[in-house]
Design a protein around this ligand. Structure first.
Ligand SMILES: Nc1ncnc2c1ncn2[C@@H]1O[C@H](COP(=O)(O)OP(=O)(O)OP(=O)(O)O)[C@@H](O)[C@H]1O
Ligand code: SF4
Ligand SMILES: [Mg+2]
Length: 373
């Protein structure tokens, strides 16, 4: 799948700045009846060659953060930096480079195709725009190789219109497109959500290989902790636009500290129905966007909420490199802005050994049988 011209321009970088860094991001959307805080003070960083998982349930703000990282729109407040440069201050040439080096696997693959063009158009355009193929023949060969790399038969796939492919086939072509362009940063938003289990391992393997061989940073967005467990070096757990927990993948998943993370792990299908991570009677509830104003965003669903939870908790280090935002950890010293940033920016590459410790990660390993890249 690697074209020599493309590979020559992309080597693991020695940049000091993280490939992506976001600081204190806020996004507010106007909605009927008020304002929705989709993202509320989120900071994290993706280092070169590192995969950061952004996990949380539907509506927690994952795709919004992915769109901010892609520069689709500007945050209400806060900064997004690509290799140290503020996205709002990129000049014309830098923006062109950014478009070349930052690629996405979108959550809704249909929206990425022009319905009036054959599907290969979506791959040809960037190859031509960024001068990655020497001629039409090379372009065609690269596209066919990319298709084969994600398990698509080029003869059955190319020459068709987007509506003539299944959702999974469209998504696989988007994965092929991202891998073909060999970015420095990949924003992968639920990249295997429409792909059946038998192919997930291959696709995740392709993404992991890109990461390992070329030092590409990946922001892996998912509601599925099982795939995050296998692919991510570190995870950030989001709840309603807030970071509630983050740290090395093994640490967060083997010892989830926040009641919400425990809920996420507890809700993974487990072969032994009698087994769960803990005994907390966590509730799923429809909560109003404004009902946490000033307090913990999780308190309407939290079984251990207490009066102090009417005050917003702050991030505290629960274990080495592992932070949690919950009053249960008020005995730990709070992380000031600088400490939080340092923790969020530390490299986690060594953190995910993919060994299976006792406890919760057994649940993940069992539930994701066959997904390990
Ligand atoms: N353009 C918009 N205008 C108004 N509200 C929006 C807009 N985009 C997103 N939202 C809202 O912001 C919140 C976060 O949306 P987002 O798409 O980021 O969630 P998500 O975590 O990606 O969810 P999912 O797992 O379902 O994809 C949701 O409540 C959503 O309805
Ligand atoms: S701060 Fe309170 S409501 Fe929020 S998760 Fe912790 S215990 Fe539950
Ligand atoms: Mg989404």
């Amino acid at each position: 799948m690697t074209h020599p011209d493309a590979a020559a321009t992309l080597r693991p970088t020695a940049d000091a700045a993280p490939v992506l860094r976001v600081d204190d991001l806020h996004v507010r959307f106007r909605i009927p009846g008020g304002v929705l805080r989709a993202v509320d003070g989120v900071s994290f960083a993706v280092q070169h060659g590192e995969t950061l998982g952004l996990v949380g349930e539907s509506g927690s703000g994952k795709s919004t953060l992915g769109h901010l990282a892609l520069g689709f729109f500007a945050p209400t407040a806060g900064t997004v930096r690509y290799r140290g440069a503020d996205l709002r201050r990129l000049g014309r040439a830098e923006r062109h480079r950014f478009r070349r080096e930052v690629q996405a696997i979108p959550q809704d693959p249909f929206a990425s195709y022009n319905p009036f063009y054959l599907v290969e158009h979506a791959l040809e355009v960037p190859l031509r725009r960024f001068g990655l193929a020497r001629n039409r023949g090379a372009c065609r060969r690269m596209i066919e190789e990319a298709c084969a790399g994600v398990g698509l038969n080029p003869g059955d796939t190319l020459g068709r219109y987007p509506h003539q492919l299944s959702g999974g086939q469209r998504q696989r072509l988007m994965v092929a497109r991202a891998l073909l362009l060999q970015p420095r940063l990949l924003i992968a938003d639920e990249p295997v959500s429409m792909i059946d289990a038998s192919l997930r391992a291959t696709i995740l393997g392709n993404i992991a290989e890109l990461n390992r061989r070329h030092g590409i940073g990946i922001l892996y967005i998912t509601h599925d902790l099982t795939t995050a467990y296998h692919i991510a070096d570190a995870v950030v757990v989001l709840y309603r636009g807030h970071v509630v927990e983050f740290g090395p993948t093994e640490s967060v998943i083997a010892a989830p500290s926040h009641p919400y993370t425990q809920l996420l792990i507890d809700s993974i299908p487990w072969p032994d129905l009698a087994r769960s991570w803990g005994s907390l009677p966590l509730r799923t509830a429809v909560v109003d966007a404004s009902d946490h104003a000033g307090g913990c965003p999780f308190r309407a669903r939290c079984p251990v909420a207490s009066p102090v939870c009417a005050q917003a908790p702050t991030l505290r280090e629960a274990a080495a490199g592992h932070a949690v935002s919950c009053h249960l950890f008020d005995t730990q010293p709070p992380l000031d802005g600088a400490e939080q940033s340092a923790l969020l920016r530390q490299p986690y590459r060594a953190g995910n050994s993919h060994q299976r410790p006792e406890g919760a990660s057994d649940t993940l390993a069992a539930a994701s049988e066959g997904t390990k890249p």
